[in-house]
Design a protein around this ligand. Structure first.
Ligand code: DGJ
Length: 730
């Protein structure tokens, strides 16, 4: 891996064993995009760009009539002096203009990868893992520097990018737009793929051909959102799970974002992602720096599956942190769907007793344990144990659970306040609001203003006292509404549009402090399920509650879609009761277990009320999970059958040494008189001999991958199988 600067050609080459990224400095001023993809060797990279004067494309360099910013593939384009496409950034200067002229000033190539101040980002553990290029562009009239930062990893086909604006001039400017990256590809015959949804239906896959003009996804909800994940991919038309060029970009940010793709008349495709410029204006004073979030950029020549596996490894090993990064997680029992708000100590103890008997390892007390919280209408902000429900406090219950040999975890929703709470009565200005305007409620609650330091200090100390009040090993950090009236009482009028980003910086500050103070706690983030499932949250909390929808059939789509970017170890998945609370569907307990076992397994039902047959199923599935969990959580994922396409879903996980694999096969609705079906496996070693579920028969890996594994004929809806595949030593 290296980053080379070729002075003669004025070209930067970022490369590792598999990928190349090429930037050319044109006219000594403009960083132009040459190439990103499979590793290339070249003799004359500066010949890649072709120029032609085109009508209505302004000539920025008078002595070179063929040159125009309007047609130049660029690395970080501006609007206003020749390029009419979507700009990557826009500043408004003190004289009211948005015209800027940032041109190349200098560059620096260094070992390693710096972290970003106040923001989560991917990291390295040793300087030899990555190299970083910083290209500095300067607008000399404004006295502002713009640093384009690129890092290439040695062992991952990943480039990361971010941008910082450094103000060394003398007048305040407003940043109206500052994307984290922008790339101009030299072609447009692509599909684009993104993950969309809503509450209980997160991260469904949508793939569409690109059209001329702008297509985009975004969130203006103050969270990355259930509606759109901060991720988008460009795919060559022939792309499948195994084949095709794929370019995926994922933003390490949990707030408002925008990803935009513009195809111009000359078939250039401009892809950018960053903070949503809608409702964002940042005042940058002389002496200050503004840092954008980071983008993770993955190229794969091995289709969607290849891209996902790279994202999985990156997120699992170089975004997630902490003691749980390399550990499988305890099998949990959560009381939410078992009791909702209606519980007392006895009920909880009964659940814990039964859970322990079935092999569960962690008891999680969900919403309703504090203040007067008997429904969702009050008490957020009043983090004091409700002694009517828990006469011995959190510590009493936690001690009971611990004595049984289980761990104890607790639910919190710190970012919110109920209007019916002592906190709100004491500090009515601590929530996001606009003076003199209504404060719109959602789930009967308001959002605290985390851009205010005193609010963050309060939350840090309040959470610290809860987490030290009992032996707490796990925290579910929930967030159940999006922002409205996103204004701050602590900011002057000209800074109101900074509120949403300042909120994210405040949240990240709290999470940094808490994870430093409580390194032994396993944190799981949640936002009404998966409303904030993004790399930014994963940096602090290594798993996310994937969805409030625990229906086994719906979960196939949700987990399949989520796996496009996120590895199994980041997904919380629970077995719940039937009829399912979200869909009313009845599915067998075994299938519900098999779906949840493809991630971090948990349970969320009245296990103490299960009949003896069901108890046996749960017990057996938990022992099976112990056998397969290392492969599921740390293995490579191969998606085999797509739930968005037919009635069958299948995926498999393979250990990196290919000695072991586990295949999950689910039949949603059975078919009368069905054909024979062989499931073609992937990722095995073609020359290894494997046995299936400890049977006698041996199969070559090539046989299982080319000819396939015969699936049973199925005469029952909602049927599922797990196959354990093991190589035998000859
Ligand atoms: C939303 C979460 O997604 C649920 O699992 C549960 O914790 C509720 N909030 C509690 O209010």
């Amino acid at each position: 891996m290296a980053i080379e600067w070729c002075e003669a050609d004025q070209v930067f080459h970022l490369f590792n064993g598999n990928i190349s990224y090429l930037i050319q400095l044109v006219h000594g001023k403009y960083p132009a995009h040459l190439y990103w993809g499979k590793r290339v060797r070249f003799l004359q990279p500066s010949a890649i760009l072709a120029f032609k004067g085109r009508a209505f494309s302004p000539t920025t360099e008078p002595e070179d009539p063929k040159f125009s910013l309007d047609t130049l593939p660029q690395e970080y384009p501006a609007y206003g002096n020749g390029d009419f496409r979507e700009p990557a950034y826009q500043l408004r200067t003190h004289d009211g203009s948005t015209i800027t002229e940032f041109v190349y000033d200098s560059h620096e190539i260094r070992k390693g990868k710096p972290s970003l101040k106040g923001l989560p980002s991917s990291y390295i553990e040793d300087d030899s893992e990555a190299e970083t290029l910083v290209i500095t562009m300067v607008d000399s009239k404004l006295g502002i520097g713009l640093n384009l930062m690129y890092t290439i990893y040695r062992d991952l086909d990943v480039i990361t990018r971010s941008v910082s604006f450094e103000h060394l001039g003398s007048h305040t400017v407003e940043i109206h737009k500052c994307m984290s990256m922008s790339v101009d590809f030299h072609q447009s015959d692509w599909d684009w793929l993104h993950l969309h949804g809503t509450w209980a239906r997160e991260r469904h896959i949508e793939r569409r051909p690109l059209h001329h003009g702008i297509q985009s996804i975004s969130s203006a909800r103050g969270a990355s959102s259930h509606q759109h994940n901060p991720f988008v991919a460009l795919l060559s038309k022939n792309t499948t799970e195994e084949y095709g060029d794929v370019y995926g970009v994922s933003l390490v940010y949990s707030g408002n974002f925008q990803a935009s793709i513009e195809v111009d008349p000359f078939e250039t495709t401009r892809l950018s992602i960053g903070i949503n410029p809608f409702e964002f204006i940042w005042q940058l004073n002389p002496g200050e720096t503004f840092q954008t979030p980071e983008t993770l950029m993955v190229y794969s020549s091995e289709g969607l599956g290849g891209m996902s596996r790279t994202f999985h490894k990156l997120l699992r090993t170089r975004v997630c942190r902490g003691v749980y990064r390399n550990q499988s997680r305890p099998i949990l029992i959560n009381n939410w769907e078992a009791t909702y708000f209606n519980f007392n100590e006895k009920k909880l103890k009964d659940i814990a007793d039964a859970a322990k008997g079935l092999g569960m390892e962690l008891f999680v007390l969900d919403d309703g344990w504090f203040g007067r919280r008997d429904n969702d209408k009050s008490s957020l902000g009043d983090w004091v144990v409700n002694k009517k429900k828990l006469p011995h406090g959190l510590a009493g219950l936690a001690d009971y659970v611990e004595k049984k040999g289980m761990k104890f975890g607790v639910w919190v929703e710190p970012e919110m306040v109920s209007p019916d709470s002592d906190l709100y009565r004491r500090h009515p200005d601590w929530c996001l609001h606009v003076p003199g305007r209504s404060r719109t409620l959602s789930r009967n609650q308001l959002v605290l203003d985390l851009g205010r330091r005193e609010v963050c200090d309060f939350l840090l100390e309040t959470m610290t006292s809860i987490f030290t009040s009992a032996p707490i090993s796990y925290v579910k950090w929930d967030m159940n509404r999006n922002m409205t009236e996103a204004g701050s009482a602590a900011l002057p009028p000209e800074r109101q549009k900074e509120t949403a980003h300042r909120y994210m910086l405040g949240l990240y500050w709290i999470l940094r402090k808490l994870t430093e103070r409580f390194p032994q706690i396993l944190f799981e983030s949640c936002s009404g399920g998966g409303g904030r499932f993004d790399p930014g949250m994963l940096y602090y909390m290594p798993q996310t509650w994937t969805s409030d929808d625990t229906d086994a059939v719906e979960r196939l789509k949700i987990q399949y879609g989520t796996s496009i970017v996120y590895p199994a170890i980041t997904m919380g998945a629970h077995v719940s009761d039937v009829p399912n609370h979200q869909t009313g569907r009845m599915t067998p307990l075994q299938m519900r277990c098999h779906v949840a076992m493809a991630a971090n397994l948990g349970f969320e039902l009245n296990v103490d009320k299960l009949g003896s047959k069901d108890k046996t199923v749960v017990h057996d599935q938990i022992s099976l999970y112990h056998q397969i969990k290392e492969i599921v959580l740390f293995g490579d994922l191969y998606r085999l059958l797509n739930p968005f396409v037919g009635m069958d879903t299948a995926w498999m996980y393979v250990k990196p040494n290919r000695n072991q694999a586990v295949v999950f096969y689910y039949k949603i609705l059975a078919m009368p008189n069905p054909p024979f079906f062989r499931l073609k496996l992937r990722g095995l070693n073609p020359n290894f001999k494997y046995k299936i579920n400890s049977g006698e028969q041996l199969y070559y890996g090539s046989e299982l991958m080319q000819i396939g594994l015969a699936m049973p004929l199925i005469k029952k809806d909602y049927t599922s199988f797990i196959f354990q595949i093991e190589a035998i030593r000859c």
